[in-house]
Write a protein that binds this ligand. Structure first.
Ligand code: DX5
Ligand code: ZN
Length: 219
């Protein structure tokens, strides 16, 4: 099965966004990971529709949009219009998660659900078959550059077991603190898509760092 590397734009140089988007286009990365934060669901504010449109204008790869916002239902059509291919909402932000997931699919996108570090996998039992992606947060959402929470491996294994037991066709994505030191162990636990922000963009040669990560998960 294919494995995906998703550099997080949150760690890019926003004053040189086109350059960084082209870098990802020309690298071995698979997805653009795009973090939207509203200052309510998470303490931080990142960027919104105009910036995503600007990225889409140049991006040649899958747009993986991670919403860390309350009431995401209000904006599903808008995110489709600015170019999202995968739209991921937080379990903790959705009272009517089933309805939200169906609305994302009806708008023509793949549907993802993200879990905060404290949220158990079991809450997805009755919806797993409807999900294209589950995004496990391996840090508390809101900021790049935090350190990886070790309990993530166990959660990935539990999610993998749930997917297999349910005969679901769901990708497992992990987000936060991913480096060349933990990516192989994450692969072993069952991860399909790896988000990496700081580790890619703060490195000396981001293109090479992406290649290295890709090699570590290509077996
Ligand atoms: C955190 C974001 C992440 C972040 C990851 O709330 O969802 O996508 O950009 O950044 P690093 O890889 O630096 O932890
Ligand atoms: Zn993210």
């Amino acid at each position: 099965m294919s494995k995906y590397i998703a550099p997080s734009i949150l760690a890019a140089d926003f004053a040189n966004l086109q350059r960084d988007v082209e870098m990802i286009n020309n690298s071995e990365a698979d997805w653009f990971h795009i973090d939207v934060m509203d200052g309510v669901f998470v303490p931080n504010i990142s960027f919104g529709m105009p910036v995503i449109s600007a990225i889409k204008k140049h991006a040649t790869k899958t747009m993986d949009v991670h919403l860390m916002i309350v009431n995401p239902d209000r904006y599903i059509e808008d995110f489709k219009n600015v170019g999202a291919d995968i739209l991921t909402v937080h379990y903790e932000a959705c009272t009517h998660l089933h309805r939200t997931v169906q609305a994302i699919k009806a708008a023509g996108m793949k549907a993802g659900v993200s879990l905060n570090p404290h949220t158990p996998i079991a809450v997805l039992e009755d919806i797993i078959k409807d999900l294209d992606v589950v995004l496990i947060m391996s840090v508390n959402p809101g900021f790049g550059g935090q350190s990886f929470i070790e309990n993530t491996y166990k959660k990935v294994q539990q999610l993998k077991a749930l997917i297999e037991y349910s005969e679901a066709d769901t990708l497992i994505e992990v987000d936060g603190g991913v480096t060349d030191q933990n990516i192989e162990k994450l692969l072993e636990a069952g991860v399909d898509a790896f988000v990496a922000g700081s580790f890619v963009f703060k490195s000396e040669n981001p293109t090479e760092t992406i290649s290295n990560l890709k090699n570590l998960v290509s077996i």
